[in-house]
Ligand binder design. Structure first.
Ligand code: MEV
Length: 417
């Protein structure tokens, strides 16, 4: 290992940047970028901090969930995501909006044991007899959670392979709760070790099957029509695409990626742990042994019915939510106050996003809509200024073939003019 890395975490942010810049021969411009983006908060949050890596934030519009209108901050770099979510949401709003079930919320804290040879049944019997002790130990490790009405509520036992998993079902109230669950699971792990068990690990499970969120919408065919295709035809092709995502993992992964485009963007802007949400969503997508689309689209009369269920163990407090002023402002923008509300709105954004993508795939294809937005990024990437971007974008939209060299050429023509 290079010497300059030694003790890096102990340095001030400025010293770290200077040391890294010298080692990696960074230009003055790069050094300036790092220092311009630096914040006191960032340095408090992560080790080896250099700067804040920023994402564009926009607002998803037209979202009608359980009769209430929402404007939802979304942080994402992909150009088409916010436009597509707003477009999908508007089509659903015109047909009555999203109906989201009220979420039952609990997290699972897993304490995994390696039973002694031939002792699985007797160890399970002991654990079942000590069910109340397991809950007591978990709750004593986090008394404030219990005082707030939450805490460990249930315990179940599973035997994956040759292991025993003691699954604590923990109500974390309005928080994301990962740290609390880990504290409680570890306390139970220590207690079981003291009682002679071979404890392998104690940790939150991100397969959050006790925080499932379901959302539905019914979209009138007329609201799916494109300039070139009748709404009914679009709807029938969307239903076929939905069937495909149920039987073909290659398509299912992309179908779900589209859903997560919206969900992740809301998770980032609301200060939630989007990696946890991603992990849970994909585990849920393969719950019956085959990886499938998380949402389905089916014809019913002259409507297309969309349904989405996935684990959404979100929080409105905890983690970095209270620390980042922009995250707090985002809650004031959306007006979301509870974790249940955030889960309902997030799932609706996911289904709106999926509607827009699948509708495009079923009709004109994804590139037609995407490319107009991608052209903006392409214009910026070839050096167009803010004034030039709209001109370059407009010209690119008229061409059959567009790539970086074409964009460069268009920009130079504009400059000559
Ligand atoms: C692109 O980010 C997402 C899509 O590929 C989703 C889909 O295919 O359903 C458009």
């Amino acid at each position: 290992m290079s010497n300059w890395q030694h003790g890096f975490y102990k340095l001030s942010t400025e010293e770290r940047r200077a040391r890294l810049s010298a080692a990696r021969h960074l230009s003055t411009a790069d050094q300036q970028l790092l220092s311009d983006g630096s914040s006191t908060l960032g340095n408090q949050l992560v080790e080896n901090y250099l700067t804040d890596y920023r994402l564009p934030e926009g607002v998803g519009l037209n979202l009608l969930v359980n009769g209430q209108e929402y404007q939802v901050p979304m942080a994402v770099e992909e150009p088409s995501v916010i436009a597509a979510a707003s477009n999908g949401a508007q089509r659903v709003a015109r047909s009555g909006g999203f109906q989201a079930a009220r979420q039952e919320r609990a997290l699972v804290g897993q304490v995994v044991l390696v039973p002694a040879d031939g002792e699985t049944d007797s160890e399970l019997a002991w654990l079942r007899d000590h069910r109340d002790d397991l809950l007591r130990v978990a709750n004593e490790a986090h008394p404030s959670m219990k005082r707030r009405g939450g805490g460990a509520k249930d315990v179940r036992f599973r035997t994956p392979g040759h292991f025993i998993s003691v699954d604590l079902s923990i109500d974390v109230c309005q928080a994301m709760g990962a740290n609390s669950v880990n504290t409680m699971a570890e306390a139970v792990g220590h207690w079981l070790t003291d009682h002679g068990f071979n404890v392998l690990t104690a940790i939150l499970s991100n397969y959050a099957t006790e925080s499932l969120q379901t959302v539905e919408c019914r979209v009138d065919f007329v609201n799916l029509a494109t300039a070139k295709m009748a709404g009914e035809k679009v709807a029938r092709r969307m239903a076929q695409l939905s069937d495909l995502a149920q039987v073909d993992p290659y398509r299912a992964a992309t179908h779900n990626k589209g859903i997560m485009n919206g969900i992740d963007a809301v998770m980032v802007a609301s200060g939630n742990d989007w990696r946890a949400i991603e992990a849970g969503a994909h585990a849920y997508a393969v719950k019956d042994g085959q990886y499938r689309g998380l949402s389905t689209w089916q014809i019913d009369g002259d409507q297309l019915i969309g349904r989405l269920t996935l684990p959404l163990p979100v929080g409105v407090v905890g983690g970095s939510i209270g620390l980042n002023p922009l995250t707090k402002a985002n809650y004031r923008i959306s007006g979301i106050e509870t974790a249940e509300e955030l889960a309902a709105v997030t799932a609706s954004v996911g289904l709106a996003q999926n509607l827009a993508a699948v509708r495009a795939l079923a009709s004109s294809g994804i590139q037609a809509g995407h490319m107009k937005l991608q052209y903006r990024s392409l214009a910026v990437s070839v050096g167009a200024t803010a004034d030039e971007v709209p001109q370059v974008t407009k010209k690119l939209a008229k061409l059959d073939h567009v790539d970086r060299s074409v964009a460069k050429q268009v920009l130079s023509e504009i400059r000559k003019d």
